[in-house]
Design a protein around this ligand. Structure first.
Ligand SMILES: CC(C)(COP(=O)(O)OP(=O)(O)OC[C@H]1O[C@@H](n2cnc3c(N)ncnc32)[C@H](O)[C@@H]1OP(=O)(O)O)[C@@H](O)C(=O)NCCC(=O)NCCS
Length: 365
């Protein structure tokens, strides 16, 4: 057994990543804020759920595989089963991979988990799934980057596909927003407004309130606390372009939002820094000019306002704003394959499937 006996540290994860992606010029460091918080015990997630990291060593004693196991009571409430997950999964070979996944599954079984999903980094804010295509490109913003071996390692450890997250590409040069009647929501006395960077904390709290109600029926999503949302989103504050993060307002209350961010991955890849690190943010302004695409990372309408055209108006506004900023395409990202209303929204704008990410499952215990 070569599983690391002491509690793994961030450096153990970083070593596996450095070895796995050495020479990969497309690699972009993922947002590891949640992982750092878990390893230091400071993540707000830990007030709600449990998490434990594992590392496996090679014969020379160097970390060769890493993962983090999560037990999220919110996810279990959602599935109605004892579901757990494994994320931040990186491995250099099948032996180390199986060892680290088995160690995580033993711990999860001890926590009463009977079904485990992977790669699933706690919640869908954190790069979910194993990349299934376009391996010769940098990762799209907010989306996973891994070689095809990730899927092979999971298969070898007995995992099978349970769902997918899909991305849809919308061509902005065809001006898709013009197909929709912009006055429809005005007649309902709904107006759109850009998010404020100055009031960003307040915006995050509106965002999380809407997120928690709108995503109640969406696969994989869990209710997160205000503190968790603040920890996750405050990091991205400087990367936010206000025109690309808009709220729908009715009677002075937020009833929906769309959150898009420029896809800076291609431009960030050669820098080898995470987007949300101080160095990533410092380089942001310079690399932004080179980005041609925008990622639509989150979209929600309060359930009592759904079906009235608000979601369509928000996506139309995001497309119009992105085209106005000279972006040529918008990628409607990370839609669970069984989320029909969201897929219909992407299709209304001519969205074409362009990327997919697999989530795998195995039973334990
Ligand atoms: C996905 C979601 C944002 C859609 O928002 P919505 O406000 O309910 O959708 P809309 O009211 O705009 O669209 C509903 C219908 O109105 C029609 N419509 C809306 N605006 C229109 C307009 N201006 N002109 C003509 N038709 C219009 C649409 O074509 C659609 O018709 P369809 O039901 O035949 O497809 C919403 O269901 C939601 O919040 N879901 C939960 C969260 C989620 O899944 N988010 C996406 C994550 S990836």
């Amino acid at each position: 057994m070569t599983v690391l006996a002491r509690s793994p540290r961030f450096a153990d994860y970083a070593q596996v990543v450095a070895r796995r992606y050495a020479g990969d010029t497309l690699f972009v460091y993922p947002d590891v804020g949640l992982l750092r918080g878990i390893l230091s015990g400071k993540a707000a997630y830990l007030r709600r759920g449990k998490a434990k990291a594992f590392a496996a060593l090679d014969r020379s004693g160097k970390p060769a595989a890493f993962c983090t196991a999560f037990v999220d009571p919110g996810l279990q409430l959602k599935t109605g089963r004892a579901t757990g997950s494994i994320g931040y999964f990186e491995a250099l070979d099948e032996r180390a991979s199986t060892e680290v996944l088995d160690a995580a599954r033993v711990w999860l079984a001890g926590e009463g988990v009977r079904e485990v999903w992977a790669p699933f980094n706690g919640n869908p804010y954190n790069q979910m799934g194993a990349r299934e295509d376009r391996f010769d490109e940098p990762p799209f913003i907010g989306c996973a980057h891994n070689p095809p071996t990730t899927t092979r390692f999971l298969g070898a450890a007995g995992f099978e596909l349970v769902n997918r997250y899909l991305n849809f590409e919308i061509d902005l040069t065809s001006r898709p927003w013009e197909r929709f009647d912009a006055t429809r929501i005005e007649r309902m006395e709904v107006r759109l407004r850009p998010a404020s960077r100055l009031q960003f904390r307040r915006e995050v709290l509106s965002y999380v309130r809407l997120h928690n109600t709108a995503f109640r029926t969406v696969w994989g999503e869990v209710e997160i606390s205000d503190v968790e949302a603040l920890q996750t989103l405050m990091r991205s504050r400087l990367a936010i372009v206000p025109e690309l993060f808009q709220f729908a307002m009715a009677g002075g209350t937020e009833i929906g939002f769309v959150l898009c961010m420029p896809d800076l991955s291609g431009a960030l890849a050669p820098l080898h820094v995470p987007l949300t690190s101080p160095r990533g943010v410092a380089r942001l302004a310079r690399v932004r000019k080179r980005a041609t695409g925008v990622g639509l990372l989150s979209l929600a309408v309060a359930p009592e306002h759904q079906g009235g055209g608000v979601g369509t108006a928000l996506v139309a506004a995001a497309c119009r704003a992105a085209a106005g900023l000279r972006f040529r395409h918008l990628e409607y990202a990370l839609v669970a394959e069984n989320n029909e209303p969201s897929k219909a929204t992407a299709a209304r704008f001519g969205g074409k499937p362009c990327r997919s990410f697999g989530i795998y499952g195995s039973s334990i215990g």
